[in-house]
Write a protein that binds this ligand. Structure first.
Ligand code: VG1
Ligand code: CO
Length: 544
């Protein structure tokens, strides 16, 4: 078997976004496109010779081809061993778990997460470092710099590796180890949660669970854990077979795209608990019977109830949330007397806080929750956490959330997404708002007075690195907030995200629909940003 050195030319568009490089499948299928990016990752790393790489993906179209290419490139570049998921499948949280458990040098995750898949859908590549978490900005910047200069890549001239049989084989001088995609992750979950108690809940004859894997990567994990190990009846997991095109769906667990589950959970005689996950298994949507749990509230609730769960019974070091996530978790942190951190959007910013032991739980408004058990957000983990709480408290989801609001007040929260906006229009909108920023403080809109208007800048408390322009924030004197930012994960035009938050201590008002409670703020956002005019859309594509 020969190592080939293949000449190539740079592509100008390989800048990683919020979470890795995401492009349409046809873009990735261009000759050398994927190889360039993978070689650029390897070139920007130091000291991986002879070390272990973890490799897997969410099973979307092009996953298998990409795995073969990466294996041959890894062998040619001197990696010692690649642990690859069975059939090329590994969820994002499972990859993080395996990197940490086996002290691998890093991992490559093939996924465009919540973006649709299939021949005309999206594909993506993320690199995770040895702590199991997404590469921090200094690494992704180095990779991007390399993509602009690359002239050649290395490839082993060898037949494809059998990734459908567990076990070890040699590829040149490198060992390829096909691993069970679920086992290590399942063992970690068992060490954190009270499985006996959860099993008792799921088999008590009255509690009903419905889990929707959306034909994406969590299917095998959910079948193994909820049905086989914890005793939920067969059929509890819906759409549990990963498909290359996710069955034509959009594997984004929100009220719009997980409509099958939403329908089940909002009908009469609905199950007690419902959950859905995204393409790569790091997001979760939590539903009670006829009840939606906002992800920002979910984070706060997990923090407030963490003492009920074995893995967290000794207390939390702190809680971290992304800037646009509501401040509901801050109130819990304050009550518990623990640290509270506000980071830019994207899980990579939690890594240092977790490594330094400053935060135990982390969350994002975008259906992401996780903890220091790994360095990624984790969908199945979040559901197990909830089930553990339900098993101990023996109350319906809705009652638990309402009691939480009674204790802490309610942070009304909503996110409005405007998808596939023409990029120049989206940029013009941002410029238009940015231009008003200096004059906004002190200005009144109805009963609201602007206290501050800025573009969020974050200084990492551990390594001092600074990340600027992480989203426009307009804060009002009563603590309400409007946030505007452009997505860093979309692949078609621009996606504008408007985040809205207000705080309501009055229990009598907690039953309001968030869209009503936030009505004034929605109108103020329109007045400042003129979203309808700039986007040409009269309503958001997705409302959470
Ligand atoms: C979105 C979310 C962000 C999340 C990111 C990756 O980013 O807002 O909170 O971390 O997706 O999630 P953006 O830049 O589009 O707003 V995943 O599950 O798609 O890897
Ligand atoms: Co994801």
């Amino acid at each position: 078997m020969n190592t080939q050195t293949i000449s190539t030319q740079p592509f100008a568009d390989q800048k990683p976004g919020t979470s890795g490089l995401r492009k349409s499948v046809p873009t990735f299928q261009q000759p050398n496109y994927l190889a360039n990016f993978i070689q650029s990752i390897f070139d920007s790393l130091d000291g991986y010779q002879g070390q272990t790489l973890v490799l897997g993906g969410d099973g979307r179209y092009y996953n298998r081809e990409a795995v073969q290419l990466i294996l041959k490139m890894a062998a040619a570049n001197g990696w010692g061993r690649v642990k690859v998921g069975h059939h090329g499948i590994l969820s994002t949280p499972a990859t993080s778990c395996v990197i940490r458990k086996y002290k691998a040098f890093g991992g490559i995750i093939l996924s465009a997460s919540h973006n649709p898949g299939g021949p005309n859908g999206d594909f993506g590549v993320k690199y995770n470092i040895e702590n199991g978490g997404p590469a921090p900005e200094k690494v992704t910047e180095a990779i991007f710099a390399r993509t602009k200069e690359i002239t050649e890549y290395k490839l082993l001239d060898a037949p494809d590796v059998d990734i459908d049989t567990l076990g070890e084989s040699k590829l040149g001088g490198m060992v390829v180890e096909v691993i069970d995609s679920v086992a290590d992750y399942q063992e970690l979950m068992e060490s954190l949660f009270d499985f006996d108690r959860i099993r008792a809940l799921l088999t008590n004859g009255s509690f009903r669970l419905c889990v929707d894997a959306m034909h994406a990567v969590t299917g095998p994990y959910a079948h193994a854990i909820f049905e086989q190990q914890l005793g939920a009846p067969a059929g509890t997991v819906r759409s549990g077979t990963p498909l290359e095109d996710f069955g034509g769906g959009h594997p984004d667990p929100n009220l719009t795209y997980a409509h099958d589950l939403v329908e089940i959970m909002f009908k009469e005689d609905a199950p007690d608990f419902g959950a859905a996950f995204d393409g790569d298994g790091d997001r979760n949507m939590i539903l009670g019977r006829n009840f939606f749990v906002n992800p920002s509230d979910s984070l706060a609730l997990l923090a407030a109830n963490a003492h009920l769960v074995p893995g967290y019974k000794d207390g939390l070091a702190g809680v971290a949330r992304s800037m646009p996530t509501s401040a509901a978790a801050d109130r819990v942190a304050q009550r518990l007397g623990i640290g509270c951190y506000e980071t830019p959007t994207g899980w990579k910013f939690f890594g240092n806080l977790l490594d330094a032991g400053k935060a135990t739980l982390c969350g994002e408004e975008s259906f992401g929750t996780g903890s220091n058990h790994i360095r990624e957000k984790d969908g199945i983990w979040a559901v197990l956490f909830w089930l553990n709480i339900l098993a101990v408290r023996q109350q319906p989801v809705e009652q638990i959330v309402r009691e939480h609001w009674q204790m802490f007040g309610r942070n009304f929260y909503s996110r409005h997404d405007y998808e596939e906006v023409a990029s120049d229009r989206a940029k013009a909108l941002v410029d238009h708002v940015q231009a008003q920023m200096p004059t906004l403080p002190g200005k009144t809109f109805g009963s609201y007075t602007v206290e501050y208007a800025d573009n969020f800048s974050y200084t990492d408390p551990v390594d001092g690195s600074v990340s600027q322009n992480q989203g426009i924030r307009i804060g009002f004197t009563d603590g309400s907030r409007l946030i505007l930012r452009l997505s860093g994960t979309g692949t078609k035009g621009a996606t504008l995200r408007l985040y809205l938050e207000s705080y309501e201590p009055n229990i009598a008002k907690h039953t309001l629909d968030p869209q009503v409670a936030l009505g004034d703020l929605i109108a103020i956002a329109e007045e400042i940003a003129q979203i309808k005019e700039y986007t040409g859309m009269d309503k958001p594509t997705v409302i959470t």
